[in-house]
Design a protein. Structure first.
Length: 271
């Protein structure tokens, strides 16, 4: 019998080592995602200050998987595929908009482009949008990363779709801390407008994470992982991680659970 086979059978050290590795590989399992029906479903943090607080006023990044029936946007208004709040508190509007795709509104001149923006009154902290229509595939899972580098008087926002760079835009800003700004109800899948009625979006999300550092092109590609989510729990600077495995629990050390209203869990996951 070849020596290599003897070693794998006699003494058991290699078999035990292999079993440990197999257990490590099996410890991460992605079996569920969260589905919003577009009628009245949403998910939100315990308080409206949680998300701005996690992002803060320095470097940050967010990562999530999203699936929708139609990213082509035949309507005139932008569709939100993550979070959109427009808050008026007796003064200028505060915008908190992460992951919105423009519709066919000719006056906006942005059909099909993806937009990330945070603006507190007259202070525009971040505006990053793709230079052309983004390649989001209908009826399929797409991975989105928005990464923001704080330069003091500027913020560099970068968007990655399915591991590829689609936009990088520098925004001049005062550098003020928007982490303490009130943006109203920050809800996933709901366009919340405090001086009008809310609207809701139909899509699915999975594996949502937040970092208090930028994510590089290499990190975005690693998280995309050729279309198969991998465990992010050991990544540096992780401040929020929602696996959405039958609950809204935060798997990071901050334990900021999402409260889910109406949305349901499904076995449809990126794979």
């Amino acid at each position: 019998m070849p020596l290599g086979l003897q070693l794998s059978l006699v003494g058991g050290s290699l078999s035990d080592s292999q079993a440990v590795e197999n257990n490590k590989a099996a410890s991460f399992s992605n079996t569920k995602s969260l589905n919003f029906d577009g009628t009245n479903d949403y998910a939100e943090f315990a308080t409206d200050s949680v998300l701005p607080g996690l992002i803060g006023d320095g470097d940050f990044a967010i990562s999530y998987w999203v699936k929708a029936a139609d990213f082509s946007l035949s309507n005139a208004n932008p569709n939100n595929f993550f979070i959109y709040s427009l808050f008026f508190a007796g003064g200028p509007f505060n915008y908190f908009l992460l992951g919105s795709v423009y519709g066919t509104n000719a006056s906006a001149g942005n059909p099909g482009k993806m937009l990330f923006q945070i603006q507190a009154g007259s202070t525009n902290h971040i505006t990053t949008k793709s230079n052309s229509a983004v390649s989001l595939t209908d009826n399929d899972w797409n991975h989105v990363v928005f990464s923001c580098r704080d330069g003091g008087s500027t913020r560099l926002g970068t968007i990655y779709i399915n591991g590829s760079l689609v936009a990088s835009t520098s925004t001049s800003t005062s550098g003020a801390d928007f982490g303490s700004t009130s943006f109203g109800d920050l809800r996933i899948a709901s366009q919340t407008i405090n001086i009008g009625g809310d609207t809701y979006q139909a899509f699915e999300i999975d594996e949502f994470s937040i970092y208090d550092s930028v994510l590089t092109a290499g990190a975005a590609s690693e998280i995309y992982n050729s279309g198969v989510p991998a465990d992010e729990s050991s990544r540096s600077n992780l401040v929020g991680y929602w696996r959405l495995e039958d609950n809204g629990d935060d798997s990071s050390s901050n334990s900021n659970a999402l409260t889910i209203s109406g949305a349901t869990f499904t076995n449809d996951v990126p794979s």
